[in-house]
Design a protein around this ligand. Structure first.
Ligand code: HEM
Length: 172
């Protein structure tokens, strides 16, 4: 009784932080920063770096997925009652889990490294002083595009994951 309860608290608590922050940054903050011209993304990048954005998302995303997998294993009685995973409810939870897992990979393998690299290049430019070299600006633009696209894909996957988690129990 206590085990699934504790897992659910960890899962839902971290899931809310992970999906909430990622969706807010991808769909609300980034477009708002882009509307403010070149200074917008720069200011957003500085604030997110200061707030340890990558670390927060890695920890919250990692804990959500880990506790989700443990809940899934618990629900299938560790593969003994695999029928649960094949029921309509179990299928929707499983589809949501797969989408969430892909979102974590997109965030960890593409968006996170692009964001970290952008922060590092931004810091190099600031330290060098003066106008940034054209190749640094080109690199920043490339990283910005990669971050925007991967964040958008991750955000869409997380919206679908949340929809699946929210509805699964009612799909019988
Ligand atoms: C890879 C990622 C994920 C996996 C593997 C996963 C897996 C699961 C599983 C197996 C359950 C059923 C738990 C039970 O029987 O009590 C569940 C429930 C739930 N999950 Fe996830 N989940 C993931 C991502 C998320 C995310 C991003 C959220 C966002 C908030 C979320 C929110 C929820 C909620 C609210 C429930 C409770 C649903 C209910 O009781 O009707 N999950 N999840």
């Amino acid at each position: 009784m206590a085990y699934p309860l504790i897992l659910r608290i960890i899962h839902i608590g971290d899931g809310v932080i992970w999906a909430g922050v990622a969706i807010f940054v991808s769909f609300i903050l980034s477009p708002a920063a882009a509307r403010k011209g070149p200074d917008g993304p720069k200011a957003m990048g500085m604030l997110l770096t200061e707030a340890k954005y990558s670390l927060v998302l890695s920890i919250a995303g990692g804990l959500t997925v880990l506790s989700g997998i443990l809940l899934w294993l618990h629900d299938t009685a560790y593969f003994k009652s695999i029928g649960w995973a094949q029921s309509p409810t179990g299928t929707v939870f499983t589809i949501g889990a797969i989408l969430g897992f892909i979102a974590l990979i997109v965030g960890g393998a593409i968006a996170g490294p692009a964001f970290n690299k952008m922060s590092a290049v931004g810091a190099e430019i600031a330290q060098a002083g003066g106008p940034p070299a054209p190749e640094k600006l080109a690199l920043l633009g490339k990283l910005q595009d990669r971050l925007t696209n991967s964040s958008m894909i991750g955000g869409i996957l997380l919206v679908l994951t949340v929809l699946a988690m929210a509805t699964a129990r009612y799909i019988r």
